[in-house]
Design a protein. Structure first.
Ligand SMILES: N[C@@H](CCC(=O)N[C@@H](CS)C(=O)NCC(=O)O)C(=O)O
Length: 392
């Protein structure tokens, strides 16, 4: 049956569980996507990181998340909203995970959905298996010793920080083990993970969907149920801005940083630069990205702008622009940073430690550039009150 499928990328609906690989195809079960593997991908072990996701032209091609269930208050829902049933595994460093932490804070769900924050620097996930070179997110381990990067250089990095915790629930050593304990067959061990403590399984590992669930499905328990970050009347505008901000800015910085050909980088930086200018232009005329209301689309944009100057400009070579050079974008970031609970979700030290120290291919000795303390700029008063509109 598979041999009759068209040769390139295919999308079709699968209702039943299907193993990860059939011939030259990979099937991610819950996203229901079938993709033809490149020869390079076929040679790779099952466990893989984003750095392995390359097109034949050297461009970064992010694979879709594989766990795509929804928390829902529908009568027959498998995952109904409940207090203290769901858990988030996140990293301070990860912009996609950061979306979920900000949404949780702004809705006031801290007492409803528990969180574990993984350690910033990726480590070997099967250190006792010489044939397994996968590196990924690990939990804090107070009994472990300081370590170097995955090729034995840089550091020493601490195996524990006060903000990070061991996995008290599943007792996994790393995020890969969480996926393995629930029978994952996809082999990409990403955060954020929305975990169901009752059914002991992953609900979703797709941040764009988790933030929608946090916004709308937990209002019976939220401290701020009246805050709607995705009002119906703005849905179309949100989809429109997300549709170009995601590929050119959110994922655009990764397309720049993970490019393995000049041509791929040139295309990515051109897209990023023009989208950055477009965002600046929009926000010079209105308070938020879809108008006068703060929405999930602002959260999605903010997490990339927050990391832009300290990380992406240097590490991902996105040096055509800087947020600190834009009065408009700096003030936009200030306003969001100063919203209820948002600053407590930001840990710039861990953001920098993660990026600069987790990919020895890009920074062999894991040197962390000093930077100019971008986060401190965000404590200054903002000027966004010049636009009318409700504040969160
Ligand atoms: N589509 C996912 C992407 C998540 C993602 O790529 N997370 C990165 C951290 S920023 C990760 O965990 N990467 C692990 C890896 O590449 O192995 C989402 O938005 O939730």
């Amino acid at each position: 049956m598979i041999s009759k499928l068209p040769r390139l990328y295919l999308v079709f609906t699968l209702r039943t569980f299907i193993p990860r690989r059939i011939g030259a195809f990979t099937i991610s079960r819950n996203s229901m996507t079938v993709q033809k593997l490149t020869a390079m991908e076929e040679a790779l072990p099952l466990a893989r990181t984003a750095l392995d996701e390359m097109g034949e032209d050297g461009s970064f091609k992010r694979r879709e998340a594989s766990w795509r269930n929804w928390v829902s208050s529908a009568d027959d829902a498998k995952f109904p909203p409940e207090k203290d049933r769901y858990h988030l595994y996140v990293a301070y460093a990860c912009p996609w995970a950061h979306r979920t932490m900000i949404t949780r804070a702004i809705k006031g769900l801290q007492d409803v959905i528990s969180v574990t924050i993984v350690m910033p620097v990726w480590q070997r996930t099967k250190p006792n298996d010489p044939s397994d070179h996968h590196t990924g997110w690990t939990f804090a381990d107070p009994d472990s010793k300081p370590f170097a990067n995955s090729i034995g250089l840089g550091g020493p990095f601490s195996p524990t920080y006060p903000e990070n915790a061991p996995d008290h629930f599943l007792h996994a050593k790393n995020i890969r083990e969480v996926y393995e304990k629930v029978g994952d067959k996809d082999g990409k061990y990403t955060v954020p993970v929305l975990f169901d403590k009752k059914l002991r399984t992953i609900v979703s590992n797709e941040s764009s969907e988790i933030i929608q669930m946090l916004n709308s499905e937990f209002n019976d328990f939220a401290s701020f149920p009246e805050v709607d970050l995705a009002p119906d009347h703005l849905q179309e505008s949100m989809d429109e801005v997300d549709s170009w901000i995601y590929p050119s800015i959110n994922n655009g910085v990764y397309r720049c940083g993970f490019a393995k050909s000049q041509q791929a980088y040139d295309k990515a930086i051109e897209d990023l630069t023009s989208a950055f200018d477009r965002v600046e232009e929009i926000l010079s005329k209105q308070r938020f990205i879809t108008g006068d209301t703060f929405t999930l689309s602002d959260i999605r944009l903010f997490v990339t702008l927050l990391r832009f100057d300290e990380v992406y400009v240097v590490y991902f070579k996105t040096n055509t622009r800087a947020v600190a050079n834009s009065t408009v974008l700096l003030n936009y970031c200030r306003e969001i940073y100063q919203m209820n609970g948002v600053a407590s979700t930001v840990n710039m030290a861990q953001i920098k430690e993660h990026y600069y120290c987790s990919h020895p291919d890009l920074n062999k000795f894991s040197i962390i550039p000093k930077g100019t303390d971008f986060e401190n700029l965000l404590n200054e008063p903002h000027d966004r009150d010049r636009f009318f509109g409700p504040q969160v």
